[in-house]
Ligand binder design. Structure first.
Ligand code: ADP
Ligand code: MG
Length: 238
């Protein structure tokens, strides 16, 4: 209602899509586990940022999302925290192999930052994160993947290499994040992204985050997301 739209306005949040869940005000509003709440506090995160206030309830409700907010706005936690909840909600965690959460980022440096953020929040529930980008020998990477993980943070090229080498299967993946989608396009990863998306079951939840929204990225989003909610924070360029 009016209070919700006033609150969004104050946070510079704009939304589009049907039945958009209302934004939260505190992390407690998300119903996170005690362990996750402690990890959030330990990080020094006192209250959610604008993108987190609106993106987290959308993602926790199971919806696909297009999240547009500038660098430094806290996009990482807005997909990492709901991912932990999504994974913990899966029945029979141990039965099949392969990651449940798959996060793609354009560069090794960005992927590594996300990897570190994932580690902080996943260890409280004993979830395993694998880093799939340059910096580790492919041999060691395959060994690590074969040992099992619930979360993979990857650059597109290396992830495809690992899939081709059968180091991991995507059959269990149900939560896909494309982070910094605009930069992945700038770096020419569109074919790799399409290939990865094509290997993940269509009943997945898909999240696309970007600082800007060029036409090409918009087109991809329309093709690979299902009834997404679009969240924009602040003024964003094309
Ligand atoms: P983006 O992906 O939008 O560029 P990041 O997710 O990298 O932003 O977050 C930017 C910085 O803000 C990081 O140092 C992160 O630890 C910090 N941060 C994220 N969420 C919060 C929060 N709720 N409160 C305080 N700091 C936060
Ligand atoms: Mg980021």
């Amino acid at each position: 209602e009016e209070e919700v739209s006033e609150y969004r306005k104050n946070l510079a949040i704009r939304v589009s899509g049907f039945d958009v869940p209302r934004p939260i005000k505190t992390f407690e509003d998300s119903g996170f586990s005690l362990q996750l709440m402690n990890a959030i506090k330990k990080q020094g995160y006192e209250k959610p940022t604008s993108i987190q206030c609106q993106a987290m309830p959308i993602v926790l409700s199971g919806r696909d999302i297009i999240g547009i907010a500038k660098t430094g706005s806290g996009k990482t936690a807005s997909f990492v925290l709901p991912m932990i909840v999504h994974i913990m909600d899966q029945p029979e965690l141990e039965k099949e192999e392969g990651p449940i959460g798959v996060i793609c980022a354009p560069t090794r440096e960005l992927a590594h930052q996300i990897y570190l953020e994932c580690k902080k929040f996943s260890k409280v529930h004993g979830l395993r994160v694998s880093a799939v980008y340059g910096g580790m020998s492919k041999f060691d990477q395959i060994k690590e993947l074969k040992a099992g993980c619930e979360i993979v943070v990857a650059t597109p090229g290396r992830l495809i290499d690992m899939i081709k080498m059968k180091a991991l299967t995507m059959s269990k993946a149900t939560y896909l994040v494309l982070d910094e989608a605009d930069r992945m396009f700038d770096l020419g990863f569109e074919p790799q992204i399409r290939s990865i998306v094509g290997q993940i079951r269509p009943d997945r939840q898909t999240l696309l985050f970007s600082a800007t929204m060029p036409r090409k990225v918009e087109k991809l989003a329309r093709e690979i997301l299902t009834d997404p909610v679009r969240v924009t924070v602040g003024e964003v360029g094309m």
